[in-house]
Design a protein around this ligand. Structure first.
Ligand SMILES: Cc1cc2nc3c(=O)[nH]c(=O)nc-3n(C[C@H](O)[C@H](O)[C@H](O)COP(=O)(O)OP(=O)(O)OC[C@H]3O[C@@H](n4cnc5c(N)ncnc54)[C@H](O)[C@@H]3O)c2cc1C
Length: 432
């Protein structure tokens, strides 16, 4: 049996069977043990893995069913990727209402993690834009779901981690855009206080806000970085950029991201922009999906892969908790290649287990260098738990069941909606 893993390449799973789904009107094919839908494997940890069981590969459900260019309502199968939606809809003046930092995720995966993007403060999560969907259960039952239905199954399936059944198709409300270009302003900020000021000034003005921070800076420069705020812009500026064609061809024997490379990377990235503010036009692809420019970039972390730690911290304590997390990282001598900071808005998420909630989210990537990184991540978890924050299941491979249950208090209500034949590595771990 081949080795399977998710985007973080940790954990690796040897004993997982796989069954392809190609026909939305057919029942789920026979499978052994428990089953779990699998989209495009862009989750980082074990929420899309099912060791000892079967994964139901849904990319074959890739048909568009209906698109109305007057209303922007799209009905498509759940294995369609966000990239395919953009190709269809953008030439007709429509774009995704919410998009994560990669376009290579499926509609089913985006719903099952209720993903968020840089416009959370305006648009909420992906689930807010789902008008209807169909759920196929292991006993062959098909359930039509729409927001507000009384059984609770819609709320359980949005952010349902694939555990309530297979989403076969969904109907989505897209958003109008004037074209493929973005007007982007990049502002260098000196520390965390400046980040929070910029974020609250920018949220009412701009649709998209996010910041990259230098997680190795300390003292007065703790949390310095670049704040990016953007809006869709009208006009045909230049020809669309061609795909870069760059790819990480092999898995190097050691992680290329390590203590030696992280410090200069963070320093150079912070100093790449000399002036305090820069305004520019950017094509949507490098703006929303900078990492998609290098295929298989996750291989650069070497054979042991990497771990992502994405938390959300409640508003009144976020500043101090982010500072504490950055100090822990600095003390440990390790660092993160990507450190992304964003303030979420107040719109309540539609899923029982949705991650996005009011507060500040910080996402960090760490090479898997063994015990050291696991000990550091446990210390970061304690900061998150002490302020009643949460970790993002889509990015997690190791949080404790206790932290999960504290951060997602509706888990018991959710459990009643799980398909009795469905399970995942993540779910078994956090329920232990
Ligand atoms: C570079 C990068 C950037 C990212 N940026 C963000 C970001 O900004 N915001 C954010 O929220 N996330 C982000 N993510 C995470 C990613 O958006 C989510 O993990 C997403 O859910 C992955 O979708 P997928 O199609 O690859 O699904 P998988 O990873 O294969 O599966 C994800 C979950 O969906 C379930 N699932 C898949 N298909 C179905 C189906 N048909 N029916 C029911 N359940 C199903 C699976 O069981 C699993 O629980 C990022 C990931 C990467 C690699």
């Amino acid at each position: 049996m081949p080795t399977d893993c998710s985007w973080g390449r940790y954990p690796a799973v040897l004993d997982q069977r796989s069954v392809a789904l190609n026909d939305r009107s057919a029942p789920i094919p026979a499978f052994e043990g428990t089953a779990l839908p699998y989209g495009n494997g862009r989750s980082y940890g074990d929420s899309c893995l099912n060791p000892g069981g079967t994964v139901l590969r849904g990319r074959g459900l890739d048909r568009f069913m209906e698109f109305n260019p007057a209303t922007g309502i799209l009905r498509c199968e759940a294995g369609v990727t966000l990239s395919e939606i953009i190709e269809l809809a953008l030439p007709q003046g429509w774009f995704l209402p919410v998009t994560p930092g990669t376009r290579h995720v499926t509609v089913g995966g985006a719903i099952a993690n209720d993903v968020h993007g840089k416009n959370h403060h305006r648009a909420g999560t992906f689930g807010h834009h789902v008008l209807a969907m169909e759920l196929l259960r292991s006993d062959g039952e098909r359930i039509s779901l729409s927001p507000g239905e009384p059984s609770g199954m819609f709320e359980a399936t949005v952010a349902g981690l694939g555990l309530t059944g297979v989403i076969t198709w969904a109907s989505l409300q897209l958003r109008r855009v004037p074209g493929p270009w973005m007007e982007v302003e990049s502002i260098r900020f000196a520390n965390l206080d400046e980040f929070f000021q910029l974020s609250s000034q920018s949220a009412p003005l701009c649709e998209y806000t996010v910041a990259w921070i230098d997680c190795l800076a300390s003292g007065d420069a703790l949390g310095r970085g670049h704040f990016l705020r953007a809006d869709h812009a009208p006009g045909d500026r230049r020809p669309s950029p061609k795909p870069s064609g760059l790819a990480m061809p092999i898995v190097p024997p050691l992680s290329l991201v390590n203590k030696l490379t992280l410090r200069p990377f963070n320093w150079l990235y912070y100093h790449r922009q000399r002036q305090k503010r820069r305004r520019d036009f950017s094509h949507y692809a490098p703006y929303f999906y900078p990492l998609d420019g290098i295929a298989n970039w996750n291989r650069m972390y070497g054979p042991r892969g990497f771990l992502q730690h994405q938390c959300v911290l409640p508003p009144h304590v976020a500043r101090d908790a982010v500072a504490e997390i950055l100090r822990e990282i600095s003390r440990s001598g390790s660092g993160s290649f990507l450190a992304v900071l964003k303030e979420f808005g107040d719109r309540p998420s539609p899923g029982m287990l949705s991650f996005a909630r009011p507060g500040t989210t910080l996402a960090l990537d760490f090479p898997n260098d063994g015990h050291e990184v696991f000990r550091l991540l446990d210390r970061l978890d304690r900061v998150v738990a002490d302020v009643n924050g949460a970790l993002y299941p889509a990015k997690d491979a190791r949080m404790s069941g206790m932290l999960f249950r504290q951060a997602f208090p509706r888990w018991e209500d959710f459990s009643r909606h799980i398909d009795p034949r469905f399970s995942s590595g993540f779910w078994r771990r956090v329920m232990e």
